[in-house]
Design a protein around this ligand. Structure first.
Ligand code: G
Ligand code: G
Ligand code: MN
Ligand code: NA
Length: 254
């Protein structure tokens, strides 16, 4: 497809960029919530088509295998950016299944950390359970080796798709990100509140920290803080934006 060919030159042409969405330690209000880091989110600004959303081009990059090269660029770019901050906040990077099955992911993360000088404990890798579903033993081995580098691993979109409790038992996640579908329904239906509360307790029982995604209202934040949720991410705290918009938070960019 045409779009695929264009995607293959997008990196070279400087059309890809990263947006950053802030994450905060959950206080009872926005004012009481302290920014602890950012999730890097890929953006494609096509010269003619304009903005192509990641929900469109990430699957395309996955199908074609381009995601491996693109994922490497994303990881390097996010680490380089974070290493330049005067305030040592966290940076979270999404990994695709193909990055686990192709190439030497552990070697790549290691060399990018060395190259950029980013302290390993500032890097968090977000994965969905789909990554681990294909080959359990290989997945477990990769996660252990990544953790041995000192980076943190988050289970992204927890509760959506096929995530299962056995994954939480089997894999050494540091963090669970509660899918925004549950957060959106907080206050709308009592089931979502029960599920969110249960996931927080479950995660804490496993010594994992909990991040709620898609937090849009003070009422949601208040509930989450009350229930002991560790961190929050969502439009209420901040929308994804170029890092320049957060210069004050990271202590001046460069
Ligand atoms: O950024 P949001 O705004 O629209 O992202 C949409 C989807 O694309 C999400 O599921 C997100 O995890 C995924 N995504 C965004 N950036 C990246 C990236 O850098 N790598 C991977 N693998 N997925 C990403
Ligand atoms: O990696 P992940 O699938 O979680 O990607 C985060 C996605 O969630 C991105 O598409 C981002 O733009 C979106 N997002 C982040 N905060 C909010 C929010 O508060 N509300 C909604 N509806 N979407 C959000
Ligand atoms: Mn994510
Ligand atoms: Na997510």
């Amino acid at each position: 497809r045409v779009l695929h060919q264009e995607l293959s030159v997008a990196i070279k042409n400087g059309e890809l960029s990263l947006y950053y969405q802030p994450q905060a330690a959950a206080g009872g209000s926005v004012a009481a919530s302290q920014i602890i880091g950012f999730e890097a989110l890929a953006r494609w600004h096509h010269p003619v088509r304009g903005f192509v959303p990641p929900g469109d081009f990430i699957p395309l990059a996955e199908e074609s295998g381009l995601i491996v090269e693109m994922g490497e660029w994303i990881l390097r770019e996010a680490c380089r950016e974070a290493a330049s901050w005067a305030i040592p906040l966290q940076v979270a990077v999404n990994l695709s299944p193909a990055q686990f099955t192709h190439g030497d992911l552990v070697g790549l993360v290691h060399s990018i950390l060395l190259e950029t000088g980013l302290t390993p404990d500032r890097l968090e890798l977000e994965i969905t359970e789909g990554v681990l579903i294909e080959d359990f033993d290989r997945g477990l081995s990769l996660l252990r080796r990544l953790k041995a580098l000192g980076v943190r691993i988050s289970m992204d979109d927890f509760g959506s798709g096929y995530s299962s409790l056995s994954y939480l038992q089997a894999f050494p996640f540091d963090k669970i990100k509660i899918d925004r579908a549950f957060v959106i329904n907080l206050g709308r239906n009592p089931q979502s509140a029960a599920i969110v509360r249960a996931v927080i307790d479950l995660g804490h029982g496993l010594e994992m920290s909990i991040v709620a995604e898609g937090v849009e209202t003070e009422a949601q934040l208040g509930f989450l803080a009350e229930e002991g949720c560790d961190a929050v991410q969502g439009y209420l705290i901040g929308r994804p934006a170029p890092i320049g918009q957060f210069a004050a938070l990271v202590g001046g960019d460069r």
